[in-house]
Design a binder for this molecule. Sequence first.
Ligand SMILES: [Zn+2]
Length: 457
Amino acid sequence: MSAFPGKAFSQNLKDSTSENEEISLIVNDAEHPCITEAEYEIIENECKKNIELLGLDKIVKSRSAVSLQWPLRAANGLNDYSFYNVSAYVDLNSATGATQDNNCGSNTYDGHRGTDISIWPYNFLKMDKDMVEVIAAAPGTIIAVHDGEFDKNCSGNSLTANYIMIQHQDGSSAMYWHMKKNSVTTKTVGQTVVAGEYLGVVGSSGSSSGPHLHFEVRTGTFDANTRVDPFSGSCNSTIASSWWANQKTYKETAITRISVNTTDAVFPPCPDTEIPNESNVFAVPFQGVGLAAGYAKFYIFIRDEISGLNAELKILNPNGTTFNSWTYNSTANNKIKVWGFSKLLPTTPGLYTFQAQYNGITTSTKFEITNNTQSYNVIENQYFKLYPNPSNGRITIEKTSNKYQRILIYNSMGALILEKNLLDYKTNIFINDSKGLYLFRITDGNQIISSGKFILE
Ligand SMILES: [Zn+2]
């Protein structure tokens, strides 16, 4: 029986149209495991065969135990406070129908043999834009690698994933599963990787309910009985001490992203790409779709929410004084929580800050209020438009071609102060630097396609 009959299954978010949105995460579970038994058998046989071919079964194993780094990293200009959450640890209770994770909690599903790390929020958008990369947690030799499989699955299935398996110097191994189609490293079986090396992009290939990494480690390579949970915890007896160089806390409670939006963010059913509807420039008078005149949506994205904690939210004026403030009270424990508040925007032109404090962590984003009647000097050529010039701290770049573009900004001394991928049709960049002349270069990844100057005043 399916746990959610008829529903799109996903690490993705359910949609909501209410003014203040409460959205829950749907993840792989016992009825929809990340990897089927049949598939484990195929992979294990493949690894066994390759290990023998490579003679890796005969090498002298290093006596120092493997030390893992986090297998994901932000890429492509992603600068959120964080971009993932652990949606399921290893199930350490071998009894059918019973679960327990390393911390004696229930963040796992029956029979789960790895750690599921979901990317969040906007997981399909992040996947489309290659914003979260899978990297080698430890150095080693590739013993199995596969690419080319469909990568936008929404439920359990018997399809193969895009994956890589790496044997470490101490004889242990790691499996990286569910990667994006055509993103997997071009290295082949027998080649080595260093710690932190690019392996692929997080995707939803194989038996997956949404973009996430299934990361699994073993003391051996192909023997299913050597699987362990790398997180030390009072309910994990599979290891003597943590395999992580710096083990992350069981819950990483924080507001990981904050944004100002022109209207509701759109979280369509899996596998459609989310539409954030974020902006950091609002021309007054502003009218957002479905909102009262002059209002915008102010979003917070909470990871590992804890009941009883409060988020202190503020809109700060350009001079740092408070324009508006309010409190969000956490009333339940949630792996993730999205909340969008409708609030009146300031109307005086200037650079404002939306700031959130939660669990001792401050997250903020800047947005600008502009006057529609202002006229801007525009720097323009066949690739892009850049404005305003002079700028008061924000410049906007509109692309006029689909070419991959990256902007680099230098101060008058020639020092690089900022670089950013221009992923969208329109990108706003804020420069927190002194007034004066700035130089910019726009590249297509290989060569400079344009350069020029603008003034910050
Ligand atoms: Zn998994």
